[in-house]
Design a protein around this ligand. Structure first.
Ligand SMILES: C[S@@+](CC[C@H](N)C(=O)[O-])C[C@H]1O[C@@H](n2cnc3c(N)ncnc32)[C@H](O)[C@@H]1O
Ligand code: SF4
Length: 449
């Protein structure tokens, strides 16, 4: 990325993990509406289930996730009791036992659970849903809290994918983010995963952290690749200390500036490609025979609240504090505050506090944005044809891309656009022209602070 373009397009645009995006959710959609939407679901629709485990044993100072620190297990046990009740309640609103094709344990740290509670959770899901034989069951795994018994329990439950949080192998970086995770700890957990038969391994790395350099990232990338994970996510550190107070403990003077961040992204990405990984969208890398690389080739990649995914289920049900769901009728989000979440569930009510109903126009725009985010190219006419819509209605939006085109970040042929390789990291800026809510509201091109 040329430095002048990095500065020019230092944009605050959404990550487009949904459309309309989360700031446009409102209390107009609450528990009653969610209950109604659940009852209306066609009974044979495959479901994707997301369970948010909102606890960690220790705070990583860079963390941007929705989590709470606990040294005791009692609050976690109490939370799981509520989450199980929520699963019972949601399943009770469905017209029958519905199929589930995808289960994702996210957090926080699902590995904070006892093996027994993990098994009990899966058993409960299997009781309420027809979990497909070939269902993907994925777990976000913090190697520092996953012991051998936990990995054994995961494998015994049929978990198909472990997503391992690494971030960076460098001890100086680890100290600055308060996440001491020796290489051997990661190696050991990967050994157990392979020994007990969890077939797929993903790894999360982060650039833009304190004390990182392009060179130190290459070392981290090489160590990560040595484990042969099928997928590697390379996230840019989101520094938002005004929202996440613990990030104030990050030494800001040690953070790379904008042009160094781009250099790190470019260097680490190029190294992964050298190692044989295919870049998927903005921040994922997959081996050529991995399902995600296949989905990319066949334009079947999707984007949901967890980011890029091969999950094709059209309904996502979210459980736990801050859990988000996506239904044909719209989006729903649960209460985020853990205490309030527990109270509502204990009172026997669904914990939905916000959401948004989607209009036919939202669905069309969502599809345009999703295709562009996933394929890095968009054929407006092809998407409109699927919706029986007139593509000419988006000509003004396409004209709005002239700046990006002029800077060599995308090419346009009629109603078809393609991001150039240099434009790839700025795909969200291109998506933003199709975002009706953004255009109606905030300043689109305000710079990040
Ligand atoms: C819920 S965590 C993964 C599981 C587990 N809690 C762990 O950290 O190992 C999800 C991932 O989000 C990424 N992440 C967390 N905070 C971030 C931030 N502020 N900016 C960018 N990525 C972040 C990390 O790569 C992390 O592995
Ligand atoms: S990065 Fe993972 S382990 Fe660390 S605080 Fe955040 S959710 Fe917890």
């Amino acid at each position: 990325m040329r430095p002048e373009l990095a500065a020019k397009y230092d944009l605050r645009v959404p990550r487009y993990t949904s459309y309309p995006t989360a700031p446009h959710f409102s209390p107009a959609v609450g528990a009653d509406r969610y209950g109604q939407w659940l009852a209306e679901l066609p009974p044979t629709t495959p479901l994707s289930l997301y369970l948010h485990i909102a606890y960690c044993a220790e705070m990583c100072w860079f963390c941007g996730c929705h989590t709470k620190i606990t040294r005791q297990y009692a609050p976690v046990a109490d939370y799981m009791d509520c989450l199980w009740r929520e699963v019972d309640m949601v399943a009770g609103r469905l017209s029958q036992r519905m199929p589930a094709s995808h289960i994702h344990f996210g957090g926080g740290s699902p590995t904070i659970l006892t093996p027994d509670d993990f098994v009990a959770t899966i058993e409960r899901l299997r009781r309420h849903f027809l979990v497909a034989e070939d269902a993907e069951i994925a777990v976000e795994l913090d190697p520092r809290t996953a012991d051998e018994d936990y990995v054994k329990a995961m494998a015994g439950c049929g978990v198909t994918r472990a997503s391992i949080g690494v971030q960076d192998f460098n001890p100086v970086v680890q100290k600055a983010i308060n996440r001491i995770q020796p290489y051997e700890v990661t190696a050991q957990v990967i050994g157990w995963l392979r020994q007990y038969g969890v077939p797929e391994i993903n790894m999360d790395l982060v650039y833009g952290l304190p004390h990182q350099t392009a060179d130190s990232l290459i070392e981290t990338v090489d160590l990560a690749v040595g484990f042969k994970p099928r997928r590697i996510a390379l996230f840019g550190y989101a520094h938002v200390p005004w929202m996440k107070k613990h990030q104030r403990l990050i030494p800001e003077a040690a953070l790379p500036d904008l042009s160094e961040r781009w250099r790190q992204y470019d260097t680490a990405g190029a190294r992964l490609v050298e190692h044989g990984y295919i870049q998927v969208g903005l921040d994922h890398f997959a081996l050529a025979d991995d399902e995600m690389a296949e989905a990319l080739r066949e334009n079947r990649l999707h984007r949901n609240f967890q980011g890029y995914t091969t999950d094709e289920a059209s309904v996502l049900l979210g459980f736990g504090a801050s859990g988000i769901g996506s239904l044909p009728q719209g989006y729903v989000a649960n209460e985020g505050a853990i205490h309030a979440y527990k109270q509502v569930i204990r009172a026997g009510r669904l914990a939905t506090t916000r959401g948004v109903a989607v209009s036919p126009e939202d669905l069309l725009r969502r599809s345009l944005i999703e295709r562009l985010m996933c394929d890095l190219s968009l054929d407006v006419e092809a998407v409109c044809a699927r919706f029986g819509a007139d593509p000419a209605q988006f000509d003004a939006e396409l004209d709005g891309l002239a700046g990006l085109e002029g800077d060599g970040l995308l090419t346009r042929e009629g109603r078809r656009i393609t991001m150039t390789e240099e434009g790839r990291p700025l795909v969200r800026a291109a998506c933003a022209v199709f975002d009706r809510y953004l255009r109606a509201g905030e300043t689109r091109h305000s710079k990040a602070v």
